[in-house]
Design a protein around this ligand. Structure first.
Ligand code: SF4
Length: 613
């Protein structure tokens, strides 16, 4: 049983300079499968209420799933911690090949606690675990740090997770760069790593990942690959990555323009796939084991940014650093995103923070620094702010480094009215005013306003979900859809699959892959059921950490300002609609009217032990 697991978690205590291997129990694996499930349980058990996310008691975990490192398509890894940006649960996913290397070294996950006395990095080679001096790497950007560590260890095949200067400076939306172009981007995991004085983790393993029934597993992999090939979304992804969504979102009126004052952008095509292929792309690239190859490697070929080597500017970055700031030159967007990558800062949150600052400047809430144009469309202003935030330079850089929620609180007056976030996580690039189910998903997402916890847009715009007709503008009938999508997403995030690399793959095929790998007999409902258990456990974690259910809400702009353009013109998500959807959702989930899981719900899910806390 459970051949695909290593059945080991590596726990490293940076304060004590010790490490130990913790064996995973069968019940832990059966209840939580891997990835997000493992993270939810370990965080609930290991992080007490009131723990400072930037203190030594917070846990920083790099977790894999049972299919990571196998031939199953598009498997990744995830980082789980208590977020310094939101103060609640954070799971953030990374592609590439780092997660597989963790398995090859003999671990299902790495848990880091404590804080190193001086800048350090961790070097793991199978059972060899060493905490090494990183003082010479402190102050170095993500990509250079990666190269220097490989040179120091004299092995270019090592896989590395590192922070940049933003993580060192504890910018609350800093990220962890996994190898060169894959990041655990959202929620500030980079700041947690920086707070532990941990510059990087370097890892190399020699173990094979076994599966229980190789022949059946191979057949299931073939089935998954065939399902992927049949999906029309995969063809679009292969051609143009997620950049192909820019024009779709623009036509649907969901594209952020000028800090979400508008939902369309007249120059959208310039930052979309056609604009990118004209100026940037050279060839395709993939995460380990992914047949889609949605990533493009490129370089800016003309203009003042000529020579910048870049990855594809995926949808969220193109929208939040492009249309959201009224910048249409994709070469400039590539330059701004590259700066964020080098500093190790989430380009989504950074784009939203800069959009907030530009609108605040235009509304007279803040002043432009001398010689800087901070109005929409200013590439110079955006670049200035990226440097100022990452280096905590100037008062404005320091204020914005805390994210839009805290920045708005600091600025005061009407700044909160233009701060786009839910629970402190900056809003993603899918404006929900024309799709009320997406609004409910953002309101209730477990890590704050996130579009990847129940993405309803395609169902709502096609007018049907599970053969039920859907009106995208109506609040009716959205709760069941959102809860089921969230459960399935949490359930399959235990495998740590890529959201895009799962297009078209059925739950039956995922169950077959899991069973063939682990020797289990799960039905395809395992993902829905385990996802529901995880969702409720995370809810209890968040409530215990002080989250107020009143924060299950939307930014004021989406509630009080109707869309002025696009198909949803004139629509907003009113307070009445929000209250209606929220109560329907709580009821669907088996929560009370205040959003607290009922005892009987926790009992059904076999997590009623959380009630005794
Ligand atoms: S679909 Fe793209 S992001 Fe996902 S695993 Fe494949 S190459 Fe990586």
């Amino acid at each position: 049983m459970n051949e695909a697991y290593t059945n080991n978690l590596l726990m490293i205590d940076l304060s004590r300079k010790t490490h130990e291997i913790i064996a995973t129990s069968e019940s832990f694996i059966a209840d939580f499968i891997g990835g997000k499930g493992f993270g939810a349980k370990l965080l609930y058990d290991g992080v007490s209420p009131g723990t400072n996310p930037l203190g030594e008691d917070n846990l920083l975990m790099f977790l894999t799933g049972p299919l990571t490192g196998t031939m199953a398509p598009a498997m990744r890894g995830c980082v789980v911690t208590k977020s310094p940006l939101t103060g609640i649960f954070l799971d953030s996913y990374f592609g590439g090949s780092l997660a597989a290397e963790i398995k090859y070294a003999g671990y299902d996950g790495i848990i880091i606690k404590g804080c190193s006395e001086k800048p350090s990095y961790i070097w793991i080679r199978d059972r060899h675990v060493e905490i090494r001096d990183a003082r010479s790497l402190w102050g170095v950007d993500t990509l250079l740090a990666n190269r220097l560590i490989k040179n120091e260890l004299n092995d270019q095949t090592i896989k590395i997770a590192t922070i940049g200067q933003a993580g060192e400076n504890k910018i609350l939306f800093s990220l962890i760069c996994c190898e060169y172009n894959r990041q655990a981007g959202r929620g500030g995991a980079g700041a947690v790593m920086g707070s532990k004085n941990l510059k990087a983790i370097a890892i190399k393993g020699n173990r094979l990942v076994r599966v229980h029934d190789p022949a059946n597993f191979k057949a299931a992999c073939r089935e998954a690959a065939q399902e992927l090939e049949k999906s029309p979304d995969v063809a679009a992804l292969r051609l143009a990555g997620t950049a192909s969504a820019v024009e779709f979102a623009n036509e649907a009126g969901l594209l952020p323009h000028k800090n979400y004052q508008y939902g369309t952008f007249a120059k959208a095509s310039k930052i979309a796939d056609k604009g990118q292929s004209k100026h940037l792309w050279l060839g395709s690239n993939a995460c380990m084991g992914c047949p889609i190859r949605c990533s493009k490697i490129g370089a800016v070929r003309t203009g003042i940014y000529k020579g910048i080597v870049t990855d594809i500017i995926e949808y969220e970055s193109a929208a939040l650093m492009g249309s959201n700031l009224d910048i249409h030159d994709i070469r400039a967007v590539a330059h701004l995103v590259k700066l964020c990558d080098l500093y190790g800062m989430d380009s989504m949150s950074t784009g939203t923070v800069i959009g907030f600052a530009m609108e605040a400047c235009e509304k007279g809430l803040i002043k432009s620094p001398d010689g800087i144009n901070l109005r929409f469309g200013s590439i110079q202003g955006a670049e200035y702010l990226i440097h100022a935030i990452a280096n905590l330079r100037s008062g404005l850089g320091q204020i914005l480094s805390k994210g839009v929620k805290q920045a708005a609180d600091h600025i005061g007056y009407k700044a909160a009215d233009i701060a786009l976030h839910t629970k402190g996580l900056e809003s993603p690039a899918w404006g929900p005013r024309g799709v009320s189910g997406m609004a409910l998903a953002l309101m209730t997402a477990d890590r704050g306003g996130c579009h990847q916890r129940g993405f309803t847009v395609s169902y709502e715009l096609s007018g049907a979900w599970n053969n039920h007709p859907l009106d995208p503008l109506s609040p009716e009938g959205k709760a069941q859809m959102v809860a089921e999508l969230q459960n399935y997403s949490a359930g399959t995030d235990t495998l740590v699959k890529c959201d895009f690399g799962s297009f078209g793959i059925s739950k039956e095929t995922y169950a077959r892959l899991l069973n063939a790998a682990c020797g289990t007999q799960y039905s395809p409902d395992i993902f829905q059921n385990t996802g529901e258990r995880i969702w409720n456990l995370v809810r209890m974690f968040n409530l215990r950490q002080g989250m107020d259910p009143a924060e299950d809400t939307l930014p004021r702009r989406f509630v009080e300002e109707p869309l002025t353009d696009g198909p949803g013109k004139g629509h907003r998500i009113s307070k009445k609609d929000m209250a209606y959807m929220k109560q329907e959702y709580y009821k669907t989930r088996g929560w009370d009217e205040n959003g607290v899981p009922l005892d009987k719900t926790l009992k059904q899910l076999r997590i009623d032990y959380v009630k005794s806390d």
